[in-house]
Design a protein around this ligand. Structure first.
Ligand code: EPZ
Length: 417
């Protein structure tokens, strides 16, 4: 199993550029299916989830070229509407193909996407919302067949602002007959980005960035080029690593406007933050404060994807912190490994009580999922001695090269097979 070896105790100091956003890029690959021609996506991160999505695109007849960070997708001919189970089962975000394939081919069959360790991640809201557009679903043993004679615009209410469900409805609605209004839409930047992509291709979408999206169906979308924004979660991870090691970190190209809740959190930890022209400078010398209470919220609240990395930082803060996780039902799993390293973290329902300790002790630990893995990297950076993190493949799903990036910041970190 591929792993990461870290010698802890280093104060991070340096500058690093931030990769394109995983969660902004993935829906764009699905959206490219709506364009009967060529889509060029710049600044696309070279992460395993993108390569899995490329396999799905190729399996339905798209021709794909991925050179450097430039992804070219030719979706002129779609030759199949059945998505390959092997990729759908390992990557839940492939569910986003439902809306795109319905928009393009009016039908799709897809293996039921598995949950994952952070929660069972149902898709009830996706299905209920798409039914409002005239989609009919039948379920075979483990696959879902979706068909829509005609996609008709309608009014949809999402009981929870699900990112994926919002994206799926938008993708199905842009080529539908008539107008679709989504009330209770997610406002995450990754929803805004896919709307901007579609708008550039000729879609008519109003209310972008708000909880009410209005999509007026158009007959077709045109070929476009689009650039993926930097990844706000990767940027946040590296700033938290800088704070954890009391270091000085400069992010060269962060999506500053998407990071207000994190920047406030870093200031509450005691870090000094300077923002200038898309760059973020963090001085973490005094970032030792505990956080009496923080809860993860939908955007623009504190993002659930940074909850585990924050937990690693608070494990050695000066005092007691409480984190409440309100988005996923099982996203405290990394606490077990942090406690093995000497942390004092106690879980009760959706709350974690974190008593800051002086030091964590380096040892062999195992990542079970993407953001928990990133949290273990931060723990390894601040721990005494050496830490070996098994499960690098989880981390590579979202971080293009966390070892390369942290080496830019002076970390003693290596990959090992
Ligand atoms: C997206 O997942 C992100 N993934 C997640 O990032 C992120 O944590 C999440 O949004 C919240 O911001 C991608 O963009 C690929 P949701 P998504 O639908 O769309 C429940 C990472 O680490 N729910 O907003 O799946 C669901 O179970 C990943 O990069 C239903 O109950 O998130 C969860 O508890 C992890 N029924 C909550 O809503 C539904 O039909 C939020 O899910 C849909 C969702």
């Amino acid at each position: 199993m591929k792993s990461i070896d870290i010698t802890g105790g280093n104060t991070l100091c340096g500058e690093v550029s931030i990769q394109g956003s995983k969660n902004a890029a993935l829906p764009l690959l699905a959206a490219s299916v709506l364009i009967k021609g060529i889509t060029v996506i710049h600044n696309c991160p070279r992460i395993t989830d993108i390569f899995s999505m490329i396999k799905i695109l190729e399996s339905i007849g798209c021709k794909v070229r991925f050179t450097g960070h430039c992804l070219e997708i030719d979706a002129k001919d779609i030759t199949s509407t059945a998505l390959p189970a092997e990729y759908v089962k390992v990557m839940r975000s492939s569910i986003i193909f439902i809306g795109a394939m319905l928009g393009r081919e009016k039908e799709v069959s897809i293996h039921y996407p598995g949950g994952c360790v952070i929660g069972n991640r149902p898709i009830d809201m996706h299905l209920e919302a798409l039914k409002r557009l005239g989609v009919e679903f039948t379920e075979a043993e483990e696959t879902i067949q979706a068909k829509a004679g005609r996609l008709e615009g309608n009014e949809i209410f999402l009981p929870f602002p699900s990112v994926g469900a919002t994206q799926n409805v938008v993708l199905a609605a842009v080529l539908a007959k008539g107008t679709t209004v989504i009330k209770g839409a997610a406002k995450e930047p990754e929803v805004t980005e896919v709307c901007r992509f579609l708008q550039k291709a000729g879609a008519k979408i109003h209310g972008i960035g708000t909880e009410i999206l209005e999509i007026e169906g158009v007959p077709f979308l045109k070929e476009i080029e689009f650039t993926v924004v930097p990844d706000r979660i990767v940027a946040g991870t590296y700033l938290l690593a800088g704070a954890a090691t009391r270091g000085a970190v400069l992010l060269e190209n962060a999506p500053v406007g998407q990071m207000d809740s994190l920047l406030l959190m870093l200031k509450n930890l005691g870090a000094k933050i300077h923002v200038e022209k898309g760059q973020i400078f963090l001085n973490g010398e005094e970032a030792e404060r505990s956080i009496p209470f923080i809860e993860t919220r939908v955007y623009p609240g504190f993002p659930t994807d940074l909850q585990s990395p924050l937990m690693a930082v608070l494990a050695t803060a000066d005092g007691v912190s409480i984190i409440r996780e309100t988005i996923f039902e099982d996203r405290f799993r990394v606490a077990k490994e942090l406690n093995r390293m000497g942390g004092r973290i106690f879980l009760k329902e959706n709350q974690a009580l974190i008593y800051g300790v002086k030091k964590l002790k380096g040892m062999k630990v195992t990542a079970e999922e993407l953001r928990g893995g990133a949290a273990l990297v931060i723990a390894g950076l601040l721990a005494e001695g050496r830490t070996k993190i098994e499960g690098l493949s989880y981390i590579e799903r979202g971080y293009e090269d966390i070892v390369r990036d942290l080496k830019c910041l002076g970390a003693k970190i290596e990959k090992s097979e």
